[in-house]
Design a protein around this ligand. Sequence first.
Ligand SMILES: N[C@H](CCC[C@H](N)C(=O)O)C(=O)O
Length: 287
Amino acid sequence: MSDLPPALAGLDGCPFWQMDGAGNDFVIVDLRRGGELTREAAQYLGDREGPFGCDQIIGLVRDKTGGTTMIIYNTDGSFAGACGNASRCVGWLLMEETGENELTFGSPSGPLHATRAGEAQITVDMGEPKLGWEDIPLAEEMNDTRYIDIKLGPIDKPVLWGPSAVSMGNPHCVFFVEDVDTQALDRFGPMIEHHPLYPEGANVSVAQAVDRETLRVRTWERGVGLTQACGTAACAALVSAVRRRLTDRKATVHMPGGALIIEWDEATNHVFKTGPIRLSRQGVFGD
Ligand SMILES: N[C@H](CCC[C@H](N)C(=O)O)C(=O)O
């Protein structure tokens, strides 16, 4: 009989991996042969005071076509529609399993195509950004989501007043500033995360356009808080920077935990994200 804590009872016998992408870390649980990842289990696995600890908890489940799809919990137990860094880790796991060098799997916001991009580097096609106020979503009609009307005192010296709103399958609010290191993101992040203009909440980033091919980004993640990196935020920042004519369509996005290469392809309107993956632990619950 396994000595799993009650919160993990539904995961007895399930394989798991602990991974990160540029420091944004995950517990990934294989539910394709059974098991149940409850909200309580997700919060237990996310607890950094416990034996695991991570930013998101990912479940791998069989979809009705027999393929694999990912479900995404934040550590507060909320579900998310997309997780860029975890999608690279899932892509890598599935390629290691199948021996393929590229493949497609499911996610809450649609199919994702992953490709090996070098030693411990994976590229994921994150699909099209959503720029309409209803798709982000915002609570009121806004014709130009490049500059939305959120006034906030603590943001000092914004490059161009008013943040940008984008969805990469999850809602983002991106403030452009002169220096990302001087922003009290831990203070105003939660204010914007729960701002009435974002009825489903927001991932909040500060972004600094260093040059036409370089961004620096820090993120307060919805349902988590400050993280070392946020893949969808890197995509949202690049898309917003292009819309505001601050960078070219391909740039390196430097985040505290590492760098991602983001390209918003003009021909397909898809956003491609390339970055690192790392496996730090694997096992089977209950072993
Ligand atoms: N906190 C996000 C989900 C995880 C996003 C992030 N870890 C990434 O790599 O994109 C949300 O609630 O939309």
